[in-house]
Write a protein that binds this ligand. Structure first.
Ligand code: FMN
Length: 385
């Protein structure tokens, strides 16, 4: 049987995860919104750029370090916030945070994590970012900011691209429920993946650790946690709300989900220090522009004043190189590390980071680049296809 260590790249890990996970779990990670046009375009967009290597330059030492939020990262890619890691592996967010710290890179914890922000802070002293939503329950949003200050988070990241939950059709087909339930529809798949199922039953600590106390405090007793969270997405959030949050936090602040230069400039005007060009990995607006397609324009508009982060579609070292060359200061990974987590906890995530770093190192060296400063737009050409 293929093991993680024999996976050579993210695509291998994805294939293995597809075999090892119950259908509903795999497709929850892997799927996108509606017809998944944006999901596919996110990865295809990287093929529209080709690398033009330069030779006869010393590449005996490759330096991949970058400074982010005042901290040095050993590698220019890090962990994107994703909800409910406990669904995929019982070692959950803690394992991912440990893997990130081991590689000298940053970890982002989602509001919808199954580990609390304090737990993650104790788990690792590596660079950490907390991803926040402005919820209808504004008191909870304010509380998050204070808790992040107390727990020494390096940055806060406001996700702005979820005014409504995206339409993930694969979840409807597989009968995905949160928390997972052994229903008629899912029974066969859970039964044929006993490893995952036993682990889920033996470690039944599925809880949205950052919000659970609030549901109790609000006396919502009978109301499920998931219903509470779904009811909390607020369609009325504006730039003024974001601006107030930036002031309350007073430190490095990222706006996640920016896809236009206009919004990027607005982010700068209200005092954000960074933005993340992202379409949520194609999980929100199907037909939305691929992140890579808007990266050069946004980097040109605000790259001098703001830190530009990038995600959606990164699957390999050459992808990382292309995003950095087109103006990103650092890149985030979503699905790639979740495949690794699902397959092998911390070791699985480390394997993903190891593969990507080896690929980046090799591509930089073979393209004549010894530092990230060598990754400039001229290194790429738009493919004639
Ligand atoms: C299973 C899953 C859960 C996610 N949960 C969140 C979340 O809670 N908050 C958030 O801001 N983004 C969330 N995202 C989006 C990621 O942060 C990131 O933008 C996206 O995965 C990047 O695309 P990629 O998967 O192609 O790397 C989630 C993505 C996935 C795949």
């Amino acid at each position: 049987m293929l093991s993680i260590s024999r996976c050579n790249n993210v695509n291998d890990l994805r294939s293995l995860a597809k075999r090892r996970l119950p259908r509903s779990m795999f497709h929850y990670i892997d799927g996108g919104a509606d017809d998944e046009v944006t999901l596919r375009r996110n990865t295809d967009a990287f093929e529209d750029y080709e690398i033009q290597p330069r030779f006869l330059r010393p590449v005996d030492e490759i330096d991949t370090t970058v400074t982010l939020f005042g901290k040095k990262l050993d590698i220019p890619f890090f962990i994107a916030p994703t909800g409910m890691s406990r669904l995929f592996h019982h070692t959950k967010e803690n394992a991912v945070a440990r893997a990130a710290a081991k590689f000298g890179t940053a970890y982002s914890l989602s509001t919808l994590g199954t580990a609390s922000l304090e737990e993650i802070s104790e788990e690792t002293d590596g660079p950490k970012m907390f991803q926040i939503y402005i919820l209808k329950d504004r008191e909870l949003t304010r509380e998050f900011v204070e808790r992040c200050k107390a727990a020494n988070y390096d940055a806060l990241c406001l996700t702005v691209d979820v005014p409504l939950a995206g339409n993930r059709e694969r979840d409807k087909v597989t009968g995905m429920t949160m928390p997972p339930r052994f229903t008629m529809k899912s029974f066969f798949s859970f039964f044929t993946h006993p490893n995952w199922s036993f682990n889920f039953l033996l470690h039944p600590d599925f809880r949205l650790a950052n919000v659970v106390h609030r549901v109790d405090a609000l006396g919502k007793g009978a109301m499920g946690l998931i219903e509470y969270v779904n009811s909390q997405f607020d369609r009325t959030v504006t730039w003024d709300d974001a601006s107030r949050l930036i002031q309350q936090w007073g430190g490095p602040f990222v706006i996640k989900g920016v896809l236009t230069s206009e919004d990027a400039k607005r982010a700068r005007e209200i005092g954000a220090t960074a933005l993340m060009i992202s379409n949520h990995g194609g999980r929100q607006v199907d037909g939305a522009v691929a992140s890579l397609d808007v990266l050069p324009g946004i980097a040109e508009a605000v790259g001098e004043q703001l830190t530009v982060l990038f995600d959606s579609g990164v699957r390999s070292g050459p992808d990382v190189l292309k995003a950095l060359a087109l103006g990103a200061d650092a890149v985030l990974l979503g699905r790639p590390y979740l495949y690794g987590l699902a397959l092998g906890g911390q070791e699985g995530v480390e394997h993903v980071l190891r593969c990507l770093l080896a690929e980046l190192d090799l591509t930089m060296g073979n393209a004549g680049c010894s530092t990230l400063a060598d990754l400039v737009p001229d290194l790429l050409t738009r493919s004639p296809r």
